[in-house]
Design a protein around this ligand. Sequence first.
Ligand code: ACM
Length: 273
Amino acid sequence: MYKIAAVQLSPVFLSVEASLKKAGMMCESLDADLIVFPELVTSGYAFSNKDDVAAVAEPFPNGKSFRYMRDLSARHNASVVYGFPESDGDKYYNSAALVNPDGSHYLYRKTHLFYREKLFFSPGDTGLIVCPAKNKVPVGLMICFDWQFPEAARVLALNGAEIICHPSNLVLPWCQQAMLTRSLENRVFSITANRIGTEVIGSTSINFTGQSQITSPLGEIIQRLSPNLEEIAVAEINPEAARDKTVTEMNNLFGDRRPAFYTDILNPRQRQT
Ligand code: ACM
């Protein structure tokens, strides 16, 4: 069995040190193989301008957040996924990293930016990646609004992900339910680690919806947290259950696909045979 966890919290806006300390303290006694933290867990979300982002963004893997999470991963003997604002030259990305107890690490840059994120961040250029977590379990990374694009979870599943790790700062009301379908239509586990709390930009309040959750390949809720408390969802799963794509004895989720009919008629050059 494989123990997985979603840590739900409210980061300390614009304080990397305080946010990391809070994240670390929350899971001090947590025993898990894979721990997922929210999107931008090192910084908070409601940036007013690029200067705010610059104050908290870090290069990867040379930043203090990476070192903190690498140490946490080694101390807990757990793979850790966390979201952070990444700096690379004069660009910023809304990124997530996977760090393993042996120090191996992987980087994903958010593909589909949401709303005002487009003012600060460059669209991700890593593509949707599947990487080995502890015990070589293949996990796919996507961040928050990527849920709105079914292609994201599909590509991760097609590339072998058994668990989708989904650091989030959700503000719209639909994702938690949608992720049940993402799980079912791809027959994968998913871990949505969402944040809670409110942040303010000018006269606008941004409310984050919590309800972090762990879902099964049959689209079931294994765990779902509250909308407003700092807490941790933990579940024991068998990741290999996600390898079974059988729907009926005559139907296979991937074997029955008809990609020739899935092309975008506006982009006919994508047509496959
Ligand atoms: C979001 O993508 N943070 C809503």
